[in-house]
Design a protein around this ligand. Sequence first.
Ligand code: BJW
Length: 242
Amino acid sequence: MDPLSELAARLRQARHVLVLTGAGVSAESGIATFRDAQTGLWARYRAEDLATPEGFRRDPALVWRWYQARRAQIAAAAPNPAHHALAALAAQTRLSLVTQNVDDLHQRAGSPAVICLHGAIMRSICSVTRLPISAQWLAAHPGEPPPSPHHAQGLARPGVVWFGENLPQEALDLAEAAARDCDLVLAVGTSALVYPAAGLPELAKRQGACFAEINLEATPLTRRADIVLRQPAGVALPALLA
Ligand code: BJW
C-alpha cells in the first residue's frame, strides 16, 4: 500500500489521534518558518536577540517592534487547506491538536481546543508577572513596548514562550497525556528540533502508537516514523480526508 493510503486507513481505524504541528503548516499561508535555510526567521535574525528573555532585557524596543511586524503579517494571513483539513478531521475522529505555532490559524480554521505549547503571538503579557494585558490598555498606553498595568518595573511583551522559558504547564500536561493515550501520532511541518515538543512523538511511540511524519524534508524523528509523507501539509492533509 502507498504511504498516503496506509495513513488514511490508520486514521480511519484510530481511537485517538494526536497531531503535533509546526511552522511548516502555516508556510502555505505565507508565514515564514524558523529554520528554512533561505527564508527562515533564524536565517535572517538572531534568536538570541529576539526570542530569549535576555534579548528582551537588553533591547525591549527591538523585540517589541519585531513582534509587532510579525503580528501584522499573521493578521493579514488566512488559514490554508492544511488548517482546514485538521479542523474537519476533529469532526470525524477523536483528535488532540497540539501546536508549536504561535499564530492563530488553527483556531481561525475552526479547530476546537487547540493545545498551544509556545503561547500566542497576538496576546501580550506582563514581563514580570506574566499576567495578560488587554488590547484596550495597550491602545491607551503607547510605547515600544507599552508599560505593564501589573507591575511598576513590568513591560508588555508578546505572550509566547522564548528559549529557556518553561512551557505553559497545563498545555504541556494535556499534550503529554494525549501522547500517552493516543494510538496514532502525526508530526506535521516541524523540524522536531525544539524540546519538549519534539519529544511527544517518541513518548507516544513508547506507549505503542503508530507514528507518521508529514514534512518536505527529513527530520531527527524520521528514522522513528512508521509512515512518511514527503508532501506539503496543504496537499497531504486534505488528501488523507478525501
Ligand atoms: C513543511 C512545509 C510544508 C516547510 N509542508 N512541511 C532537550 C534537549 C536539548 C535542548 C533542550 C531540551 N529541552 C529543552 C531544551 C532547550 C530548548 C531547546 O529545545 N533547544 C533546542 C533548539 C536545542 N527548549 C526550550 O528552551 C523550551 N523551554 C524549555 O524546555 O524549558 C525548560 C528548559 C529550559 C532550558 C533548558 C532545559 C529545559 C522553550 C522552547 C521555545 C521555542 N520558542 C520558539 C519561538 C516562539 C516565539 C516566536 O514565534 O517568536 O518556538 S523557537 C521556534 O522553534 C518556535 C517554534 O514553535 C519552534 C519549533 O519550530 P518548528 O515549528 O519546528 O519550525 P521550523 O522552522 O524549525 O521547521 C519547519 C518544518 O516545516 C521544516 O522541517 C520544514 O521542512 C517543514 N516544512 N514547509 C510540510 N508546506
